[in-house]
Each structure stands twice: as structure tokens, then as C-alpha cells.
Write a new protein. Structure first.
Length: 301
């Protein structure tokens, strides 16, 4: 693993379904098997580990979280040169990992942020930096925004590595600092200082959408899409997946203009898929912690 920090003064979910499609791992619902207990436990362990690392801007460290996720990947068999942790200062580390493909196409980049919004203990019924399952719900700062998504992506990377998956392009994962605030936005810093590490044809942001539920069952995944040109947008927007029939409909956006953001294109899930972002939250749906104004962040899905 490579680690690098510039010597500067210290500064004081769900795209998995799309990922499975664009990387060629998507299959009709009938071919999915239940996740094995080991993978389910792994996803939960990673989720809990991330929640219990304070990554706030004021006193936390995304570097600690980035190092922890890097170790997970190295322990799963990733080469040291394919996992790097770097940032503008020792507290604002970003992790970039790569699954090497055949190189037939340009890479796909997956991004997520490791930092969380500030959390005062007095606003919470539980310690915001302790992973708690209570009455069928998960509590902790970052359970919704967005350490559940980070856990999903890291678990998926580990699964692909262990299964020997060889995509037709590299798949890059970047877990970054200061999306919520602060002066060291990880995506901006990587673009300016190490663009070669994250250069890609497509970018999937696990934070750019969400799952709609009805009675605890997933109905759709909302995806926010944007592109620099109409042709790229037409190639990249998924307008529907019918899991009952195993069909995927791709389509452009009528009347779209250059630079226009297209919001809430739906990936319809008519039958629940056995995916990590469902299995990671077996305890049930979420509810707000009504005791605190900013204590309302609990597990999603």
C-alpha cells in the first residue's frame, strides 16, 4: 500500500445495482443466490468499523478510515501498488483502489465520501460514534450518509477480488475526505494532484440517489445522472430494469442539453435482488431518532 501526504498545515445509497450492470456482473433475478453468511458478516463488520471511526471535520480523521479500508483490501489479496492512501495533510486522507481489467475500455470510477456531519453527543440517544442496533434499527453518525454505501463498495471490491473477477476495464474505488464540509475536498484534491489515479470514462457516485421503499420492500433506485454531452448521456442513463424478466432498458434523455442534470431516473426493482445493500440491513427499515435535532441519522434500507 502506498501512503502519501503533502506537508501542509492541518485543516480544522444506491449505485451497487448500477455497478453490477456496468461491470458485467448483473444477472436476472432468478440466477442470484443468497449471500453467504461470511459475506453478510463481512459487510456488517465493515459498516460497524466505519461508523466507529470519527471522521468529522472538527476532530475526526478520514485517514484512519481510509487506512482501515485499505487494510481490508490488502488482506483480501489486493496488490500494494493497487491501494493508495494520500491527502493534503495527515487527517484528510483519501483511499484509491483499483481492480485491474483487460484494458479494452477506459476505467469506471466509483466514489464515496468517508467524512460525516458533526454530531454532538447531547443531541443523540446513543453515542453517535458507536455502532448500535436497537429495536431493529441501526444508529450512528454516517449510517445513512454515507458509510453504508462505503461498506457496500468495499465489500463488493473484496468479493470481486476473491472471485477472481476480470472486467473488460479497470474499476476504481475512491473513498474521499471533506464532502460534507472542510477545506480538503478529496475529489478536488485528487483531480488536481493525482488525476491519473482516478481518470475514468464513467463515474458512479454511491451518494447520488437512493432506494424507494414500500412496506420495507425496495421499489426503485433513484439515480441522478449528468454528462458533458448528449451522446454520453444517452449511453449512460439506465431507464429501467425489469428483474422479473431479466431485461434492462437503456435510453437517452429526450430534449436534454449539454451540461443539464437529469434527476431521478428510476431503476425499477420488481423483485428484490439479493444484493449487499439489502442484506447489510437485515434488521429492517430505518426511523429517525426523534430525541435529537441532528440525531436522526440511522441505517438506511
Amino acid at each position: 500500500m502506498l501512503r502519501s501526504f503533502s506537508q501542509m498545515p492541518s485543516c480544522g445509497s444506491r449505485a451497487l445495482l448500477v455497478l453490477l450492470f456496468v461491470t458485467g456482473m448483473w444477472q436476472p433475478a432468478s440466477t442470484y443466490a443468497q449471500l453467504d453468511p461470511g459475506t453478510r458478516q463481512l459487510s456488517r463488520d465493515i459498516f460497524a468499523q466505519l461508523i466507529e471511526i470519527n471522521t468529522t471535520d472538527s476532530v475526526g480523521s478520514t485517514t484512519i478510515a481510509a487506512d482501515a479500508m485499505a487494510k481490508r483490501l490488502l488482506d483480501a489479496g489486493f496488490a500494494k501498488e493497487d491501494v493508495v492512501v494520500m491527502g493534503p495533510n495527515p487527517r484528510k486522507g483519501n483511499m484509491v483502489a483499483r481492480i485491474k481489467g483487460s484494458g479494452d475500455h477506459k476505467p469506471i470510477l466509483l466514489i464515496g465520501h468517508l467524512d460525516v456531519v458533526e454530531a454532538r453527543r447531547e443531541d443523540w440517544t446513543t453515542d453517535p460514534f458507536q455502532f448500535v442496533e436497537k429495536d431493529g434499527y441501526f444508529y450512528g453518525r454516517g449510517t445513512q450518509d454515507m458509510k453504508s454505501g462505503d461498506a457496500i463498495m468495499v465489500t463488493t471490491f473484496i468479493r470481486m477480488k476473491k472471485e477472481g473477477y476480470k472486467p473488460d476495464r479497470d474499476i476504481i474505488l475512491a473513498l474521499t475526505a471533506d464532502e460534507e464540509g472542510g477545506k480538503s475536498n478529496g475529489v478536488d484534491w485528487l483531480l488536481k494532484n493525482h488525476r491519473d489515479l482516478i481518470e475514468a470514462e464513467y463515474v458512479l457516485n454511491h451518494d447520488g440517489g437512493g432506494v424507494d421503499l414500500k412496506n420495507g420492500k425496495p421499489l426503485s433506485v433513484d439515480v441522478d445522472a449528468s454528462a458533458r454531452d448528449l451522446n454520453a448521456m444517452a449511453r449512460g442513463v439506465i431507464v429501467g430494469i425489469d428483474r422479473a424478466q431479466g431485461s434492462i432498458n437503456l435510453g437517452g434523455v429526450g430534449g436534454a442539453r449539454r451540461g443539464v442534470h437529469v434527476r431521478h431516473r428510476e431503476i425499477h426493482v420488481r423483485r428484490g435482488a439479493h444484493l449487499i445493500d439489502q442484506e447489510i440491513h437485515d434488521a429492517g427499515c430505518v426511523r429517525p431518532d426523534v430525541e435529537g435535532e441532528v440525531g436522526g441519522e440511522v441505517g438506511v434500507l
